[in-house]
Ligand binder design. Structure first.
Ligand code: URA
Length: 240
C-alpha cells in the first residue's frame, strides 16, 4: 500500500505538492469515487486511480539521468558521505535503485540511476559494448606514443590489461584535455590508464554513455527522468 499523493507523484511525474493540489482540486478518483485525502493508502496493483480523467497504470521502472557534482559518492547508502541517491527528490525515488556505473567522489557528470537491474547490466557489461565517454583534464600533453598505447589496450601498473580505448587529444584554453571512450568500468580506470602512459588526471567528467549525452541544462546535483528516445540512444551506438 502507498500514500495516494506519493503514488500520483511517482506515476504522473509531478511533485508531491502538485499531487496534493490535484487531489484538492477534485481531479483524482480512486475506484470511481473522488479522492478526498492525500494520505489515503491505496493499492497500486488493485485500485483504479484516475487523474484528470485518465487512468494510470503503475510504471514498472524508473530511469534517471543525474549530473553528479563533485564531493558525493556513487553509492546508494553510505554512513559518512552524501551519496548520489541522497540527491534524488522524493517524487523520483524508488526503493531499490542501481547506479549504472560508479564515478569517483571527485568525478562529475553523467550518472544513470534506475530500479531496472537488467537495463543496468546491459549498460555495464563490457560484452554489450556501450562506450562511456570521459573528458579528462591532464597534467601534461599527451603524445602519439601514449595515444597509441591507450588505443591498443594499455596495461595498468598492477598488470591488468585494458580493452582498446578511443582517444582524442586536444587543448582548451591552454589546458591539456583528452576525450576517452571506454567500455569497461574498472576501479579508477581512466585515471589509472592515463597514469600508465606517464600522465595524471587533474579533473574528470563523464559526458556520455553510449549515444546518450549529459544534458548540459541539468544543474550539477540535479536529476530528471530519461525520455524513451534517450533510453534508446544509450544502445544505439553499440558496435558489433
Ligand atoms: N575512471 C576513473 O578513473 N574515475 C571515474 O570516476 C570513472 C572512470
Amino acid at each position: 500500500m502507498k500514500r495516494l499523493d506519493k503514488l500520483i507523484a511517482l506515476n504522473c511525474n509531478v511533485s508531491r505538492r502538485d499531487a496534493r493540489q490535484l487531489i484538492k482540486d477534485g481531479e483524482v478518483t480512486v475506484n470511481g469515487a473522488p479522492a478526498l485525502r492525500a494520505e489515503e493508502l491505496v493499492n497500486e496493483e488493485s485500485d483504479v486511480i484516475s487523474v484528470k480523467g485518465k487512468t494510470f497504470t503503475s510504471k514498472d521502472h524508473i530511469y534517471l539521468m543525474m549530473n553528479k557534482p563533485e564531493g558525493v559518492v556513487s553509492a546508494t547508502d553510505d554512513k559518512t558521505h552524501k551519496t548520489a541517491v541522497d540527491l534524488i527528490p522524493d517524487e523520483l525515488s524508488r526503493k531499490s535503485l542501481f547506479l549504472c556505473g560508479r564515478l569517483d567522489k571527485d568525478t562529475t557528470g553523467l550518472l544513470i540511476i534506475t530500479d531496472d537491474g537488467a537495463f543496468c547490466h546491459e549498460i555495464m557489461s563490457p560484452n554489450h559494448k556501450v562506450y562511456k565517454t570521459y573528458i579528462a583534464t591532464l597534467a601534461y600533453p599527451l603524445d602519439n606514443e601514449a595515444i597509441s598505447a591507450l588505443e591498443s589496450g594499455v596495461e595498468l601498473s598492477d598488470g591488468t590489461k585494458c580493452l582498446p580505448a578511443k582517444v582524442k587529444y586536444f587543448t582548451d584554453n591552454g589546458e591539456y584535455k583528452c576525450e576517452l571512450k571506454i567500455r569497461e568500468g574498472k576501479y579508477h580506470q581512466v585515471k589509472r590508464m592515463l597514469y600508465a602512459v606517464g600522465n595524471r588526471v587533474d579533473a574528470l567528467e563523464r559526458v556520455a554513455i553510449g549515444g546518450l549525452e549529459l544534458d548540459r541544462a541539468l544543474p550539477a546535483g540535479s536529476c530528471r527522468e530519461l525520455t524513451e528516445d534517450e533510453k534508446a540512444a544509450i544502445f544505439a551506438e553499440n558496435e558489433g
